[in-house]
Design a protein around this ligand. Sequence first.
Ligand SMILES: *[C@@H]1O[C@H](CO)[C@@H](O)[C@H](O)[C@H]1NC(C)=O
Ligand SMILES: *[C@@H]1O[C@H](CO)[C@@H](O)[C@H](O)[C@H]1NC(C)=O
Ligand SMILES: *[C@@H]1O[C@H](CO)[C@@H](O)[C@H](O)[C@H]1NC(C)=O
Length: 220
Amino acid sequence: MVSASISSLYSFMFFFSLLFISVSVSSSRIIQSSDPTPTPWPHQFHSILVMNFSGSNEIINLWYDWTNGRNFNIIQKQLGGITYDCEWNNGTSFFWTSDKKCSSAQLQVGILTPNWLDGANYLGQQKIDGFLCNVWEKADFITYYEDVVTKRPVHWVFYTGRSAHVMTFEVGAVLGDEHWQAPSYCFDGTEKEDNGSDGIIESSMEGVLRSKMGGLSMYL
Ligand SMILES: *[C@@H]1O[C@H](CO)[C@@H](O)[C@H](O)[C@H]1NC(C)=O
Ligand SMILES: *[C@@H]1O[C@H](CO)[C@@H](O)[C@H](O)[C@H]1NC(C)=O
Ligand SMILES: *[C@@H]1O[C@H](CO)[C@@H](O)[C@H](O)[C@H]1NC(C)=O
């Protein structure tokens, strides 16, 4: 009699633990459906990015200007030259260097849209560069870290391993029109023949990747 009631107590508890498990499974589904989504990029901002690719360092001044349909990466290689990568929303990109080399590329797509991270897959929270971040992955292509509190981007890593540390994020900062104009040696036919030794061709390759990935050129 006693053993019978104990066994029914056990089955009762077993039933409840099943119930509890199924409730927690369904509540975790509910949590998943309300996963945080990446904050769209402001229509205009300036960021200083510290880039690391296999231990080779760069500083990029990124001027994102959706309002005027343009995006500018000014890339300083450590103890090296500066490369200017100016992208227009009509698909034209100009790459030029401080030593007067220039090339351009015509892509199928324009610059990144402010909501280019839409549809990214939420991976949870992680601390990076000292900031607690929400983390997403987009199309096996980029992992993106955004500060949980301020919603500012903190870090991203491309599938190539190239990573960006976001050092400043000035919302609303705009670079004056005169700085966007590609130099005359891009148009007058006197530009030096680029033989790929200084990374311009490499930048064009990034542009091709940008077409493939639907607008993700920068900082590959
Ligand atoms: C830079 O990248 C290399 C190789 O990917 C890595 O070992 C190193 O820790 C990175 N440095 C920083 C400061 O992230
Ligand atoms: C795209 O816009 C830029 C800047 O106005 C211009 O230099 C370039 O020629 C344009 N490209 C095309 C294909 O119209
Ligand atoms: C190609 O690059 C090398 C290394 O920088 C340089 O010495 C050479 O003059 C370049 N050739 C041309 C045709 O630009």
